[in-house]
Design a protein around this ligand. Sequence first.
Ligand code: FMN
Length: 195
Amino acid sequence: MEVLAETVGWWYGPVMGSTVVLGICGGIAAYKCADLVRLLVKEGHAVHVICTKEAEQFVTPLTLQTLSGNPVHRDLFDLTQEQQISHIALADRASCTLVAPATANILAKAAHGFCDDLLTTVICATTAPVLFAPSMNVHMWENKATQANVARLKELGHRIIPPVVGELACGYEGMGRLPEPAQLLETIRSLLKKS
Ligand SMILES: Cc1cc2nc3c(=O)[nH]c(=O)nc-3n(C[C@H](O)[C@H](O)[C@H](O)COP(=O)(O)O)c2cc1C
């Protein structure tokens, strides 16, 4: 038992509080997620970050690992991580999964049941609530394919945290901004309270 605890101790994290899996995608708003991780940890949640390959262009695993206190999950086929905590265990342990910023790409993949990386596989494997917080250029957001994917995700029972209107990193003004970390935290808080 001691050996088991030693092996998986880092994974089980705090006994109290929930386990939030945070899937970070390759959008400019990924930087906001570092602050969200900090707020979630401060509130007593165990936070496990999954980064897509593209997310790492925007935010470093080292930052997220330091703030979460857990290794960042990056690769479906990482032999070391898969041995310590498989993608199925990650999906099972989640009290909820938040995908933020959710790119147009991840919305499309999740809406169609793709499982071609760690994040999409965990989304498919978890039975806990999944929330998507899309963030993108206003034209990408208004694109009919994106809107159809969002509608499909809702049909599948997922929750969407809509983007907010404002100044976008691409220079446009409109709907597409990721809500601030405090607002995302509040949404997770009320979801976890209900469940
Ligand atoms: C500078 C830059 C900023 C980007 N920002 C966004 C964004 O905010 N939202 C989005 O949907 N895609 C954005 N993209 C495009 C995504 O990175 C691209 O579609 C990628 O394939 C997404 O991969 P992922 O969904 O696996 O993380 C951006 C690309 C670049 C180069």
